[in-house]
Ligand binder design. Sequence first.
Ligand code: MLC
Ligand code: AMP
Length: 510
Amino acid sequence: MPSHLYAEIEAAARDPDKVLIETQDGRAITYRQAFAHAGRFANALRALGVEVGDRVAVQVEKSPEVILLLLGCLRAGAVFLPLNTAYTPAELDYFLSDAEPALLVCDPAAKPALAEIATRRGVGAVETLDARGEGSLADKAAAASPDFADAERGPDDLAAILYTSGTTGRSKGAMLTHENLASNARTLRDTWAFTARDVLIHALPTFHTHGLFTATNTILFSGASMLFLPKFDADEILRLMPRATSMMGVPTFYVRLLQHEGLTSEATAHMRLFVSGSAPLLAETHRAFAERTGHAILERYGMTETNMNTSNPYEGERIAGTVGFPLPGIDLRVVDPQTGEGLATDEIGMIEVRGPNVFKGYWRNPEKTKAEFREDGFFVTGDLGKIDPRGYVHIVGRGKDLVITGGYNVYPKEVESEIDALPGVVESAVFGVPHPDLGEGVTAAIVLEPGASLDEAQVKAALADRLARFKQPKRVIVLPELPRNTMGKVQKAALRERYAGLYAGGGAAG
Ligand code: MLC
Ligand code: AMP
């Protein structure tokens, strides 16, 4: 039995000389080269002491080598553990202690700070990889053989662990199996009609499920090609569109493209599919994009724990403000959050999902895993929604206290804990309010001790080393007290309402 997910990827590449990834600086990597390079990485991992089932933590800038390393991990039977490059060393400390990886791969510039933490946390080895795909791990791979006898990994074995911020403030590792990822890649390829002729504009980061799996695995399972951009860049994307057929992005991509005068029906004429997800796409963005280009953005809904759950139809009406139908093979229901009773059409409740896409559980956290699954195997998403009479799923809110900013999730509790720890702060409330560019802007209201003289800039400065940039509040408001209900609970809804216009007209800045 070979390595389940890798074997299917290899089999899908009918033309080994087809380009898998092309970069802005003109590098082109064929499938044949990618598989050989994955073999080199697998040999290098073994030589570094990475055994089957070991975690490989990867915090590096985007480059094709990230994908080749992912394939190398699959071949070696290791568990790929990507980490957002925005995470600070303080945040890394927790991930390394929780995941106990055998190897940490980081940017050369971060090595001095991270090596000390890695040693303290018992990580066996620390290697480097930079944005050009160069570094000590690349050197070791270059010197290794491309031939590798793939580890035997079955459908239920772990392929990856992706940390997702926990409601209790600490991130939990979502354990994704080979078949979780393979089943979703097959389904998305077929649902969105991807073939080897497709060329995807890939401008998402490669450390979250959207860019790493939804986009990349769909392409790998189609034997298609990707044009890799290091990050979102409207000029570059428009330049590439005449050569591309498709793009996947977060709503901010579409908001920003609409601000570009180059976005026209001619500019997008060669494209067949624009997909949006990770955060709600405003109906007005959907409409404006259709007016300008003639393309109806296809919105889908997913999560780190489940991969993709629903999608608007490829053929058929893509309805703005909905996330479409459950994908084939995936059960989705809306239930009363308290009783778990199923709800009728158009009634709003908790969205629950079940299927081959749903993760195996949280890493070393059986209590949390148990708490989030029903006895009949449905996973409680924490998203509130409804199913309309035509069967389209609508997301109408969140049962979890979560802010989504530019497609990144921020759990207020984690930010509040850091703010509350600052001298002079009595308490804080972190919430999201509409932001024209990022969807929601992370915002903090704080109450100070009498006589304390902390101001907005000082709070922001104090958080700089503690929290990833995207988690840091864009605005900090000092209040005499936080609004509370009769039970004494902080009323975030009241804060969201009071500050709803805070970023209005702020454009991409703010
Ligand atoms: C960057 N910044 C952000 C931010 N991204 N702040 C809040 N939220 C974000 N998402 C900070 C920068 O550090 C910078 O801070 C300032 O905001 C402006 O940066 P920018 O140059 O405008 O940002 P940019 O690099 O263009 O990035 C914006 C973005 C990017 C939206 C293009 O964040 C992005 O690619 N997001 C995609 C996230 C993603 O892949 N999510 C999928 C998760 S998986 P300063 O102060 O230094 O100027 C998932 C499941 C599913 O959700 O369903 O897919
Ligand atoms: P993450 O934990 O980063 O994987 O983010 C998953 C969350 O993003 C989901 O639980 C939803 O709250 C949100 N999400 C993803 N896609 C959509 C969408 N199309 N519309 C609204 N929310 C979405």
